[in-house]
Structure formats: structure tokens, C-alpha cells
Design a protein around this ligand. Structure first.
Ligand SMILES: *Cc1c(COP(=O)(O)O)cnc(C)c1O
Length: 463
């Protein structure tokens, strides 16, 4: 055995303690380290020919790389929709690496059963009791899988199997959506359906939600040709929601596959005051729910749900061996793009077991309340205005005066420089703006006060 490997094996308990001490240091200090800094390049490292052993590697990482890492696990990182990681989910993630299960088939381990159960729990949180699901690496992959099954369904309507004959046999595919996430367009590219297949349907005035009457007209214009409709449960800019029930009802008149991208917006189901926003979610043929965002498990985890496992199998089947499996339940390796798979479910199992529906409901409700609190504080100064009402957990705001792209970018930079908080830019209705997204279990009203102070001071300096 290589000397470093042998030493690390001999010293394993002490080394794991050293790693634990580092993690403690990082997590207890997360509240005081700068939230985000403009990263300084570390510079190239030589490929280590001999290695230095774990203890020295840990020291090198902490010295060289860790200082440039963001405080995205902390309570005032409000960029993108980043989520945090609950203590139990971190434990689950550690143990996933420790146990290193291949969650592809159930032949040698109960890991698959744990994933199955965790998927069922998550489906119950969102009222998806007619759906089956599987873990994938993120919402992009979840959207990809949902649209891949949709593609197979479209083929079936025309009497062909795209999985067998290829996408060329399908011809043009109409994909209708109001405000699709970029990952939908990317997925269509990966699926050979093509980015140009997207037909944007007008949204309601001043909204990102699709105008259902216009959607009905667009479907009618297809003259009975089957289509894919991508509905949104939570757009990234203003967290707007399509009327899912009304869209689903259109299926009585027009043939289409309904995919819902509920990456983080689906979590509205956990707040009784906001659950109506996702009414009708269970009617979808396929649903995307991200977990590394608002379930607060570490990257990378999402679930894809579908009501058509037969079609899913046709697309992702890796061999026919499952047909002889005694349970008749196909292994996950036949349902998703990955073959060998990390047991992503363990982090979610830990967090749901430790905190339950109540605990996760608390995160969602508290984050929504923090978003409303920040919106009030920002607009009270008169320096900033909202570009859309706060519907859930995101505050979309801009300068009240001369909100040019240069000034809004300068504001974003000045906010990041404070180290107190971090928000990310967007353009909404042609207007440069900033988004503050709340999705971390640690965030309190005290953090909102600190973020509001930093943002206001940066805006004042620009005035
Ligand atoms: C974040 C997000 C995605 C993409 O998710 P990843 O996990 O980054 O792949 C897709 N749709 C919506 C609405 C999102 O918010």
C-alpha cells in the first residue's frame, strides 16, 4: 500500500476528528465570515506526484482554497435561490460519502428502499400521491427527465417510440410556456427537440404567469397536434405561479403533456397561507422539485416525479434484466440518466427524520416572512422600489432613481463589498433589478435588519 494511504488508514480516527474540527470551525464561524467576496485566483497547482497525506491536504485546503469560498451556507447569502444545509442533512451527506453506496439497484443493499421511501415522503409534502419519482442531481436534470418522458409520450400519440426510432422520427414538437426557466430551454437542446421549439405564450399584464386564455388559443391553433406545455410554479424573478388547475383543465380539449417546473416554488405547499398557489400541481404529468434549494440539503439533489413510469422506462432502460426482478419494480438505474448513482436521498432522509414536516414548514414560513420584512425595510427608505410584489420568498427591487444597468450593477457590487449580504442581478420587464432570495434555515429577522442596513447604505452612497 502507498505510504500515505497506509498512514491515513492507521490514523483514521484522529484524521476524521481533524476534519470534524474543521467543519465545526467553518459552521460556527459562518455568521461572521464575509458573505461573498470577488474571488482572487489561487493560481495553478502542480499535479501532486507523491501526495502529502490527508492531514497536510486538509491544511493546504484551508490555507489556499477555503478563504476564497463564499459564505453561501450562511444566513445572509441571498443570491440566486441557494438554500442552506440543515445540520441533519450535512450529517446525511457525510455518511453518504462514508458508506459510498451505489443506489442503482436493490441487489445488495437497502439503500434503494431508503430512496424509495424518501421519494414517497417528498411526494406527500407536495400532494403528489399519483406520481412515482427518483432522485437526480438538480432541477435541470429533473426538467430534462420530465421532458424526455414527454417526448416519448408525443411519439406514442403518433404511433412511434422515440426511444427506438430517434427524435428525427418525431418531427417538430411545439413546446408552449409563459416564462420558461433557462434549464427548460437547455433540456430541449439536450433532447434534440431544439431550443427553437419553445413558443412563448403571452403572460398576464404585469405578470410572469401565463395567460391561460391565450394558451388555450395557441393549443387550438395546433389543430389537434399533441404538444408539451411547461407550466411554472415559481418563476425565478418574481416567483409568479401559473394557474395550474386551469391549465390542466385544458387537457379535456387539447392533447398535451403537462410538465410543471416547481423547482423551489412547489414549497409554497408547505405554507398554509400560500398553498393555493400550487393548487393543481398533482394533475401534472411530470413535476420538477429541487431539494438543494428549499429543502436545505447540500448540493446536489432534486426529485423528478412522473405519472407515466412505463414511458419513463422506455427512455431510460439500461437492459431488460429488470423484467425478471422478483418485485417487478424497476431499479433507479432504469429511470434516470445516471447508471451508478450516489445515494442522494440520505441527506433528505436525515433532514425529514430530524425535523419532520413541521421543521421544514417552519423554514419555508420564516423565509417568506423575512422576504416581506426586507421588502418593507428597503422601500421605507424611498431609495429603492419593488419591481414586483413579494409573492413568496424573493424580493425583486431596483433603484427608485435612475435605475440604469450601470448603476444597478454598481449597487450589486457595493452590496457584495460590505461582506454583510449578497444579492444577484436580473432584468425584469426590461428593467435592471436585483433579487434577494430567502431560502436558508438559519436566516432570522436580525439577519434581515443587517442585510437591509447594508443594502440601504450602498444605495445611499450611489444617490
Ligand atoms: C434553480 C431552478 C432550476 C435549475 O435548477 P438546478 O438545480 O440549478 O439545476 C430550474 N427551474 C427553476 C424554476 C429554478 O429555480
Amino acid at each position: 500500500m502507498d505510504e500515505n494511504l497506509a498512514n491515513d488508514l492507521a490514523e483514521l480516527p484522529a484524521l476524521l476528528d481533524a476534519v470534524r474540527a474543521s467543519a465545526t470551525d467553518l459552521l460556527t464561524g459562518i455568521d461572521t465570515r464575509p458573505v461573498a467576496r470577488a474571488p482572487k485566483e489561487v493560481g495553478p497547482e502542480e499535479l501532486p506526484e507523491h501526495g502529502v497525506g490527508l492531514r497536510r491536504a486538509l491544511a493546504l485546503f484551508r490555507e489556499r482554497w477555503e478563504p476564497g469560498f463564499s459564505g453561501s451556507a450562511g444566513p445572509r447569502y441571498l443570491g440566486f435561490v441557494t438554500g442552506g444545509a440543515t445540520p441533519a442533512s450535512v450529517a446525511g451527506d457525510w455518511l453518504t460519502g462514508v458508506l459510498d453506496q451505489n443506489a442503482m439497484s436493490g441487489e445488495d443493499s437497502t439503500a434503494i428502499e431508503l430512496e424509495q421511501q424518501t421519494v414517497d415522503w417528498i411526494g406527500r409534502l407536495f400532494g403528489l400521491d399519483q406520481h412515482t419519482g427518483a432522485f437526480v442531481s438538480g432541477a435541470t436534470m429533473s426538467n430534462f427527465v420530465g421532458l424526455a418522458i414527454a417526448r416519448e409520450w408525443l411519439g406514442e400519440q403518433r404511433g412511434i417510440s422515440v426511444a427506438q426510432a430517434g427524435v428525427g422520427a418525431l418531427g417538430p414538437v411545439p413546446v408552449l410556456s409563459g416564462t420558461p426557466h433557462s434549464s427548460i430551454v437547455k433540456s430541449l437542446s439536450m433532447l434534440g427537440i431544439g431550443r427553437d421549439s419553445v413558443r412563448l405564450v403571452p403572460t398576464l399584464p404585469g405578470r410572469e404567469a401565463v395567460d391561460v386564455a391565450r394558451l388555450g388559443k395557441a393549443l387550438a391553433a395546433l389543430d389537434g397536434r399533441p404538444a408539451i406545455v411547461v407550466a411554472n410554479a415559481g418563476t425565478v424573478n418574481t416567483v409568479d405561479f401559473d394557474d395550474l388547475r386551469a391549465i390542466a383543465a385544458l387537457r379535456q380539449r387539447y392533447p398535451f403533456w403537462l410538465h410543471v417546473d416547481g423547482a423551489f416554488g412547489a414549497f409554497a405547499a408547505l405554507s398554509p397561507e400560500h398553498a393555493a398557489l400550487v393548487d393543481g400541481l398533482g394533475e401534472a404529468d411530470s413535476v420538477c422539485v429541487d431539494l438543494h434549494k428549499w429543502l436545505n440539503v447540500p448540493y446536489d439533489a432534486a426529485v423528478q416525479f412522473s405519472r407515466h413510469r412505463d414511458l419513463q422506462l422506455r427512455v431510460f432502460l439500461n437492459s431488460a434484466a429488470y423484467l425478471t426482478a422478483p418485485t417487478g419494480t424497476p431499479d433507479f438505474g432504469h429511470l434516470v440518466p445516471e447508471n451508478s448513482r450516489r445515494l442522494r436521498a440520505l441527506a433528505a432522509w436525515f433532514s425529514l427524520t430530524a425535523y419532520g414536516r413541521d421543521g421544514h414548514q417552519d423554514i419555508v414560513r420564516r423565509n417568506i416572512s423575512c422576504a416581506n420584512n426586507l421588502a418593507e425595510q428597503l422601500t421605507a427608505t424611498g431609495l429603492l422600489r419593488l419591481t414586483a410584489p413579494v409573492r413568496l420568498n424573493v424580493v425583486c427591487f431596483t433603484l427608485a432613481d435612475r435605475a440604469t444597468a450601470e448603476r444597478v450593477d454598481a449597487l450589486a457590487e457595493a452590496i457584495a463589498e460590505t461582506g454583510e449580504t449578497f444579492v444577484t442581478p436580473t432584468v425584469y420587464e426590461g428593467q435592471p433589478a436585483l433579487r434577494a432570495a430567502f431560502s436558508n434555515w438559519r436566516t432570522t429577522d436580525n439577519d434581515v435588519d443587517r442585510a437591509a442596513k447594508a443594502i440601504t447604505a450602498a444605495a445611499l452612497a450611489l444617490a
